[in-house]
Write a protein that binds this ligand. Structure first.
Ligand code: TYD
Ligand code: MG
Length: 430
């Protein structure tokens, strides 16, 4: 252990010179985190750190809207609330290989600034830039992992990208890069840096298998904005979401497509989610979900096949597993469809994950269509929540959803207004 660090329980604040799996103070497990002893540090630096920030009259505070930096992607700017706010710290999280580095290299090529990489060499970054057609005259690259070195080289950059927080460490702490203590300490330094200089910092963070941002939750609390880039690795669509935003709404979603030469923003997202659709095949139904403030048409696919197993399989890709079980049970009980001996697979096109019950109706219809081996009219768009009694319930933004369905040529809209229960729907799939 380094003499300047100690281990502090994140639960009760118990401080110890060594790490314990179980906190001697409160008895919690895995709560001890290595921390730099601030008091000693301040003494070494000759007292408290003096920041450049002074109290301001509220009336003199500059309105952030004017100074937001435009990323070159209107999808990105909308998601963050209208552009990148000076002095803000943004965490961009996502699975490895999803396109985080690509997205930020695009943005840097527009705004200009420093790309700090602890993952790749300058040559590797150059290769990516070449592939994307980015010249890089306004981008500096710095392959470094020590937080103090990074902060010392940042000069008058417009934007700083840290790729990724899991590779950054400080010599002040003995823990390895990627440990909770190191991540927290490095993030603290970047937050302080951004707030005192006004230079915005975007930090990349990988996501663990469980979908959590690796490292402590505390990272999410420290930054101003948390963005999430998601999608299926072997499909093209990429969805950028906000989990937290101190400078804008959190419902907005940006949609991109990963191309051979970088990311392309998609202004008309329904088209990309429907582009590979095969019409007149049993098991396919289009639904309308809301992504942020936008309606989005997507295809739900289902496959019902006789099961070889004592307990048949229910596999949902993009739909919630327990929701799928529930809907299957409703189909069984309310319509008498003998799904008890069938395996059921449900897939959402484009690797989207559906969080709202509005897709229930389309899921039920797709299962029914596959089971009966009868296609649903390809001009149908169906949405509505399905209740335990088999009734179809209304969902929010119905008008907007219907308008979008009509715009894209879906002349038959099935909603709680046109069908009251699954029984009404069943007749359409005979
Ligand atoms: P990357 O941005 O390196 O992902 P992350 O930083 O999130 O780990 O993107 C990696 C994947 O994207 C890789 O499999 C290659 C692919 N890719 C393209 O398809 N087109 C491109 O122009 C680029 C740069 C990458
Ligand atoms: Mg990367």
């Amino acid at each position: 252990m380094k003499s300047r660090s100690s281990f502090v329980c994140q639960q009760c604040g118990y401080e110890a010179a060594q790490w314990y799996g179980k906190c001697p103070g409160c008895g919690e497990w895995n709560t001890m985190v290595e921390t730099v002893k601030e008091d000693r540090r301040q003494k070494a630096e000759g007292g408290r750190q003096i920041t450049q920030v002074k109290p301001l009259k509220l009336s003199d505070v500059k309105h952030i809207e004017k100074n937001r930096l435009k990323s070159g992607f209107s999808e990105f700017d909308r998601v963050v609330g209208g552009g990148i706010v000076p002095g803000s710290v943004t965490l961009l999280a996502g699975d490895p290989g999803i396109g985080k580095s690509t997205l930020l290299l695009h943005i840097l090529s527009r705004i200009g600034g420093l790309y700090v990489s602890g993952e790749e060499s300058a040559e590797q970054i150059k290769l990516r830039a070449k592939r994307m057609g980015v010249g890089g005259e306004n981008i500096s690259v710095y392959a470094e992992t020590i937080v103090e070195n990074i902060i010392s080289v940042i000069n008058a950059d417009k934007l700083v990208v840290i790729d990724s927080i899991q590779t950054i460490s400080s010599d002040e702490l003995s823990g390895m890069a990627g440990s909770v203590g190191q991540i927290r300490y490095a993030a603290e330094q970047f937050v302080r840096f951004a707030k005192t200089t006004g230079i915005p910092v975007i930090i990349i963070g990988h996501v663990t298998k469980e979908g959590e941002i690796a490292g402590p939750k505390i990272l999410e609390h420290m930054v101003d904005t948390v963005l999430y880039l998601e999608g299926e690795r072997y499909q093209d669509a990429r969805i950028l979401r906000t989990l937290k935003n101190r400078f804008g709404a959190v419902e907005e979603v940006g949609i991109f497509e990963m191309r051979e030469n970088g990311l392309l923003e998609i202004a008309n997202p329904s088209e990309i989610f429907l582009k590979d659709r095969v019409k007149n095949v049993p098991g396919s139904v289009v639904t309308v979900i809301m992504e942020g403030s936008r309606p989005l048409l997507i295809e739900i696919q289902a496959l019902a096949v006789p099961s070889q197993l004592a307990i048949p399989r229910r596999v949902g890709n993009g739909v919630d597993y327990s929701r799928l079980q529930l809907l299957t049970a409703v189909l069984q009980k309310r319509l008498g469809v003998p799904l008890g001996t069938f395996d059921i697979f449900v897939n959402v096109s484009g690797g989207l994950k559906i969080a709202e019950p509005a897709a229930d109706l389309a899921v039920c219809m797709a299962i029914l269509s596959s089971f009966k081996n009868k296609p649903v009219d390809p001009k149908t768009a169906a949405f509505g929540e399905v209740g335990l009694l088999g009734e179809i319930r209304g969902v929010g933004y119905e008008e907007m959803r219907i308008k979008e369905a009509k715009r894209l040529g879906f002349t038959l809209q099935l909603t709680s207004k046109t069908a009251r229960s699954l029984r009404d729907i069943q007749k359409l799939i005979e």
